[in-house]
Every structure is written in C-alpha cells, then in structure tokens.
Write a protein that binds this ligand. Structure first.
Ligand code: SF4
Ligand code: SF4
Length: 354
C-alpha cells in the first residue's frame, strides 16, 4: 500500500481507503449493493483491510449508512487508534444540526472522528452551509474544541468543491470520479486553488457499474494519476477486499475516447465526462441526465429511468424551442446537447414510467 498526504492536515493516508456502505445493515436507500455482514464479520473485514495497510475508513450517520458507524467504532477498538483515520459525515446544513450530529457520531464511534464532512452539499444549500451559523462554522468550532480532528465538505458539484477549496476553514474535500466521469477530476487537477486541501475520492467503480466493461485493475489504476489523497473502495466481502487491497496497483492511462470505445461494445454511450461546464439558463442538470442514460445501459435500469423522469420531459420541451443553445458553447467534448437530450427522452419514453 502506498500513502499520500491528506492536504495540510499532517496525516498520511493510504492511497486506497475503506468505504463502509457495503457493510451496513438496515433499510437505507443508497445506490450501491450492500451485504449486511453481522458486526463480527464486518469488524473482521475491516481488520483484514488494516492488515493490508489500509488506514482510512469513511462512514456516515445511521440515517445514511445504517449501522456502519457503529461497526466502524467496534473495529477501531480492536486496533491501535492512532493508526486508523476515520472520516464521518452527516447531511445537515445548519450549525446547530451538524453540531448535534457530531456529538451523536462520537457516541456511535466511541472515539473522535479525524475528519467530519458536511455531506451532499449542493447549490441549493451551499449558502447555508458556508454562511453565518452554518454547518461549516460549527465544524470549525468543533475542531477548535477538539471534538473532531479536521473539517470537510463533501459534494458532487465542482462549484461547491471550488468554493470549499477557497475557504480557509475547510481542511478536506470529498468528491466523485472515475475513468468515465473524470471531468471534475481533470478540473481539480488543473486548478491551483485545490492544492493544500486533502481530497477523498469516491465512486471509483461508479457504484460497481463499471466493473464488467473494465477490470478493477483498470478502474483503480486509471484514477491513480489524479491528485487525490485517498480513493475509497466500497468493500462488503473478504473477496472484494482481496481484490482491492491485497496488491499494489500501477497507474494505467486511458484516453477518454478509449473508455467510450470499450463501452460501445455493448451500447452507444453519451460521451459526457461530467465536467459540469455546461450551463443551461433553465437550470437543467445535463450531466446528471447523461449519467443516468449511461448508467441505465450499464445495468441500473429501474433506478436510472425513475431518476430521469424527474426532470427530463421539461428539459426536452425546453431544448426543442431553445434557439441560442448556450449550453453547447462550453462543452469541451463537443456534444450536441439537445440531440443527446432527445436520445435520453426516447429511452424513457420507450421504457415507460414505472
Ligand atoms: S439547448 Fe436545452 S439544455 Fe441547452 S440551454 Fe437550451 S434548454 Fe438548456
Ligand atoms: S455535456 Fe459537455 S460540458 Fe456538460 S458536463 Fe458533459 S462534457 Fe461537460
């Protein structure tokens, strides 16, 4: 296992970390598969990762990750606490709420989290999170009180992560990316504002959907060239763990076109890398629709189509009458966005509402 600096925290984290979603039990509507191991098995799986050199474990409060936080707390008691780095998170945006959640997490874990993230920050809640009496201010206070080690912002949006990168109260960022959805990673690599912040990468396997067209060696090796601190892998079984942690991966470089070419063996993907540069004045989140289209063909049919129904009909109607089409000016991939929206629309019409 190789190790990287976690920004300016002074912590060194394993290049590959343990994402705890797959070990949770409970009815939590999260996307990736989870395996519900009992507590002892979950602890043994986490311990095995530790023995392979993993020192970074990421979890969230029970409403988001079931009992994973408690299982992680049980594991930590079996090893030298100073050798394990715990990150935790909660989807609350006001200072009072996140303060309460951190205290609850400390109880559940039985120890102080090294990093605590405000989870799922987006444009609709960012002003509250970053503003006066917001969640970030509370995390900053908790850090000074010694109740957490470092502060974090977790988001799927470049605009939010960039705002966090510019904020001196933030120590660590968490965002998504993989060899297909690499646009945000490319932007972060190019933007000097991100230097000095720790960066935790999730969705390396795209919630498991890219396993099949690509091997885990290609998926892990394909992101190693990016300047993250730790890439989380969702682990729910000893078998998955052996694949993830029992060997050292070498960087593999894929051109974006090579990734699309591989996918074309089974379907015609929309060649969007989710750079999030396209701006639609009607507020349509194009990259999410394009992701759902690709995810549909990669095997998440019901989930992807149901999510697409949320906004797509409105987007389709707007695109048909949109004359200036400003979204296309900034697309570095040269996508004809209205035509791609039409393809997505055809897919959901053919699939029908479920
Ligand atoms: S073409 Fe469609 S997506 Fe692009 S700006 Fe117009 S309405 Fe928005
Ligand atoms: S449609 Fe183009 S600009 Fe928009 S996210 Fe995808 S690649 Fe980026």
């Amino acid at each position: 296992m190789r190790y990287r600096e976690l920004g300016r925290t002074g912590l060194r984290v394993s290049e590959l970390g343990f994402g705890t979603i797959p070990i949770l039990s409970g009815h939590v509507p999260v996307l990736p598969e989870y395996f519900s191991p009992d507590r002892d098995t979950a602890v043994a799986i986490m311990k095995n990762a530790f023995d392979h050199g993993c020192n970074f474990y990421d979890t969230a409060i029970p409403e988001e990750y079931g009992d994973a936080e408690m299982k992680l707390g049980a594991f930590v008691k079996t090893v030298d606490r100073s050798k394990v780095i715990i990150s935790d998170k909660a989807r609350f945006y006001s200072g009072a709420e996140i303060y309460r959640e951190v205290l609850r997490s400390v109880q559940n874990l039985g120890t102080t989290p090294d990093v605590y993230f405000v989870h799922q920050v987006d444009d609709s809640n960012a002003d509250e999170v970053f503003g006066k009496n917001g969640a970030l201010e509370a995390l900053y206070d908790l850090k000074r009180e010694g109740k957490i080690g470092f502060t974090g912002i977790a988001s799927h949006y470049y605009s939010v992560l960039h705002r966090a990168a510019l904020d001196p109260r933030v120590d660590v960022l968490q965002g998504s990316g993989n060899i297909l959805e690499r646009g945000m990673l490319d932007r972060i690599r190019e933007e000097a504002d991100f230097r000095g912040k720790g960066f935790i990468l999730n969705k390396v396997y795209a919630a498991g959907l890219l396993i099949g067209p690509f091997s885990t060696t290609e998926l892990i090796g394909g992101v190693l060239e990016y300047p993250f601190s730790c890439a989380l892998l969702g682990i729910g079984t000893f078998e998955q763990e052996e694949v993830a942690f029992a060997r050292e991966y070498e960087p593999v470089h894929f051109e974006f076109e090579e990734v699309l070419e591989r996918l074309r063996k089974t379907f015609a993907p929309i060649g969007c890398d989710r750079c999030e540069k396209c701006i639609c004045p009607y507020g349509h989140e194009l990259h999410t629709s394009f992701r759902q289209f690709n995810y549909y063909h990669l095997g998440k049919e019901f989930w992807a189509v149901n999510k697409l129904w949320m906004d797509l009909e409105r987007t389709y109607e707007h695109c048909r009458s949109c004359e200036e089409q400003p979204c296309m000016r900034d697309c570095p991939r040269g996508l004809h966005i209205p035509e791609e929206i039409e393809r997505v629309h055809r897919l959901i019409m053919q699939y029908g509402k479920t």
